[in-house]
Design a protein around this ligand. Structure first.
Ligand SMILES: [Mn+2]
Length: 309
C-alpha cells in the first residue's frame, strides 16, 4: 500500500470496510484486521465493517450503514474485484472506492484505486504488509485476524501460494502475542457429527473416465443432514484433495437461496480457472469456482474438466 492510501485514511472521517459475500477466513481476516488497525490509529473516526455473516465469523457483528453515510465515505473492498461476489450497496455508494485483492481477474467495478498482488497468498497478507509498510501499529486483535486470514487461504502454509513473504508476515504477526493453539482449536476442532458427514460425503464421490472426482450435493442431501450451502460447497471439497489418483476435483452444491448450483474446482496442476471463467466465474488458477443455473450445465462442466486431463 502506498502513500496515497495513507492520505485517504487521514482525509476521511468515515471509512467503510467491505469484502465479498459468503466470506471465507481471508475475507474476514483482512476486513477485521484492517478494522482493528484503523480503530487503534483513529479512535475518533467512524469506521464500519459491513457484509453478510456465516459460521466462520469468529470476530464480531457487522454494521448496518446507510447509503447516505456510504456516499460520504471512503469505501474499501477486500478479497474480490467482481460485482458477482458483492452486494450492490457495497460498490455503488462511496465518495472514493479502493479495491484490495490477490486474485487474477480484472475488476468490473468502477473504482478510484486498485491494489493487486497476485503473488500474495491472501488479502490478509497484503493488508498486514501494507500497514507494516505504512508504520501503523498492528494491535494483537488485528494480528490474530490477519493470521487467521493467512492460514485460511494457505491451508496452514501448505498450499503453493505460501511464499517467504507469507512466512515473514506470519512471523511478525505471531510476535504480537497471538495464541496459535487458541486459533487452531477455534477453526479446526470438529464435532463427531461433522466427521460423520465427511465420511458420507467421501463415500459417495463420483469419477469421470480420467479420474476427475466430483460430488453433486442436491437439496435432499442438504436437508437430510441440515447442512449449510457454504459449509458443503467450500468446507467439504477438501475431502477430495491430496489423493494421488485424483488430478482435479469439483464440488457442486444446490444453493437454497438462489436455487442455483455453486461450483467449486480444485486441482494440483491443471489450470481449472479456464473452466470457471468459461462459465462466468473466477478465482485462482488451481482453486476457483462459478455459479450455474441448473444440473445440465453441471454435466457440461464435468465434461470440460475431464477433457483437461
Ligand atoms: Mn483470499
Amino acid at each position: 500500500m502506498v502513500r496515497e492510501v495513507y492520505d485517504l485514511f487521514e482525509m476521511y472521517n468515515s471509512i467503510v470496510i467491505a469484502r465479498h459475500k459468503n466470506p471465507d477466513l481471508d475475507a474476514y481476516g483482512a476486513q477485521f484486521g484492517m478494522y482493528y488497525i484503523l480503530k487503534t490509529r483513529y479512535p475518533k473516526k467512524n469506521i464500519y465493517v459491513v457484509g453478510d455473516t456465516n459460521s466462520q465469523n469468529y470476530f464480531q457483528e457487522l454494521d448496518e450503514v446507510s447509503e447516505e453515510i456510504r456516499s460520504q465515505s471512503l469505501v474499501i473492498i477486500l478479497d474480490t474485484v467482481a460485482k458477482q461476489m458483492l452486494s450492490e450497496i457495497d460498490y455503488k455508494f462511496h465518495d472514493k472506492l479502493v479495491l484490495v485483492d490477490h486474485h487474477r481477474n480484472n475488476p468490473d467495478i468502477e473504482h478510484d484505486y486498485y491494489f493487486r498482488n497476485t503473488e500474495a497468498s491472501s488479502t490478509s497478507e497484503m493488508v498486514a504488509r501494507g500497514f507494516e509498510d505504512l508504520g501503523f501499529e498492528i494491535p494483537e486483535k488485528a494480528a490474530r485476524a490477519l493470521y487467521m486470514g493467512i492460514i485460511g487461504d494457505t491451508g496452514r502454509f501448505m498450499y503453493s501460494s505460501t511464499t517467504s513473504n507469507t512466512l515473514l508476515m506470519a512471523s511478525k504477526l505471531l510476535a504480537k502475542g497471538i495464541n496459535i493453539q487458541e486459533i487452531h482449536d477455534l477453526i479446526y476442532l470438529e464435532s463427531y457429527d461433522s466427521k460423520k458427514i465427511k465420511n458420507i460425503f467421501f463415500n459417495s464421490i463420483e469419477f469421470t473416465k480420467k479420474n476427475v472426482a466430483y460430488r453433486k450435493n442436491d437439496l435432499a442431501f442438504l436437508d437430510e443432514y441440515s447442512l449449510d450451502t457454504n459449509y458443503v460447497s467450500r468446507g467439504l471439497i477438501s475431502q477430495m484433495s491430496g489423493i494421488k489418483e485424483i488430478p482435479i476435483w469439483a464440488n457442486f452444491t444446490h444453493d437454497r437461496d438462489s436455487s442455483k448450483i455453486i461450483c467449486e474446482f480444485r486441482s494440483r496442476n491443471y489450470p481449472v480457472l479456464e473452466v470457471a471463467q468459461k462459465y462466468g466465474g473466477g478465482g485462482h488458477l488451481y482453486a476457483c469456482g462459478c455459479t450455474v443455473d441448473n444440473w445440465d450445465e453441471v454435466e457440461k462442466i464435468i465434461k470440460d474438466l475431464n477433457k483437461m486431463v
